[in-house]
Write a protein that binds this ligand. Structure first.
Ligand SMILES: [Zn+2]
Ligand SMILES: [Zn+2]
Length: 275
């Protein structure tokens, strides 16, 4: 197992275990690179009280505090992590909604990499909480990819997170035809390539009853065909038991597409490792 560059620890409201516990598991799995990327929803950078809101399971607040606590623990563990290369990361949601705050985290001297994700459209709940019976689905998916493009056009990220998150909870995700969105998806992929940033092959869906990967291989192939060669692999583990889940399979999939290297980031500098 080469890498898992998108993982969450107890600093994320929906995840478990300390960084030290994750490092121990990574050593046992033989992972060479692991990034801890706790949740920072940039549109809720401050604690709930700042917004006159209350904490809930639906909305994560205090992204700035999460990053401060997570980065401190990662930094403390880096000296004990060898032979695992422990990378200091953050998964920043909704970057286009507050690029200045995102830049604070991106430019923190401890940050190796940022996974940039869209979990919510402006003013809307997380895609997980939408009532899809009431949505115009093609319009929703278009709005999702437009928001991903806006994210890709910023500079506060290194890896585009789970590129098809906006489809993840559709009633029949696997039957949804992406063809009408292909021009927009191409524009996103070309932006990633032009910026020499990366996309991830996120395997969190492999543990679901109807398994999927995010994005699916057709999009990974399209990225490759357009000239993209910067790919990372992740399980998006929120629990240690999923740290290595499917990583071998994801690496095989990347090889099948044609990739001969994966990439990782050291203080945002792209590095490569043979696949
Ligand atoms: Zn995410
Ligand atoms: Zn995540």
């Amino acid at each position: 197992m080469i890498m898992n560059l998108h993982t969450h620890t107890h600093h994320s409201p929906d995840a478990k275990q300390t960084v030290a516990e994750r490092v121990e598991a990574a050593k046992q799995l033989g992972l060479r690179f692991m990034a801890v990327t706790d949740h920072v929803e940039i549109n809720r950078y401050y604690p709930a009280s700042y917004y006159g809101a209350v904490e809930s399971d639906e909305y994560f607040y205090d992204g700035g505090g999460v990053f401060a606590r997570s980065a401190a623990e990662i930094a403390a563990e880096q000296a004990h992590a060898a032979p695992v290369r422990l990378l200091c990361g953050s998964e920043i949601g909704q970057i286009p909604q507050d690029v200045e705050k995102a830049a604070l985290i991106y430019n923190d001297p401890r940050t190796d990499l940022v996974v940039g994700s869209v979990h919510e459209l402006p003013g809307r709940p997380d895609f997980y909480f939408l009532d899809y019976d009431k949505e115009d689905i093609p319009q929703l998916v278009t709005a999702y990819f437009e928001e991903v493009l806006r994210l890709a056009q910023t500079d506060c990220w290194d890896i585009l997170g789970h590129l098809t998150y906006g489809l993840r909870y559709l009633p029949d995700r696997r039957a949804y035809d992406l063809t009408p969105h292909s021009a927009l998806i191409d524009e996103i992929l070309r932006t990633v390539i032009a910026k020499n940033k990366a996309i991830e092959l996120n395997g969190s869906g492999l543990r679901k009853p109807q398994p999927y990967i995010d994005p699916d291989l057709a999009i990974i192939r399209r990225y490759y065909d357009l000239g993209g060669r910067n790919l990372t692999i992740s399980t998006d583990a929120h629990d240690t038991k999923y740290l290595g889940f499917g990583v071998d399979l994801l690496e095989d999939m990347a090889r099948a597409v044609g990739f001969t290297e994966l990439c990782w980031f050291e203080k945002h500098e792209i590095r490569r490792i043979a696949l």
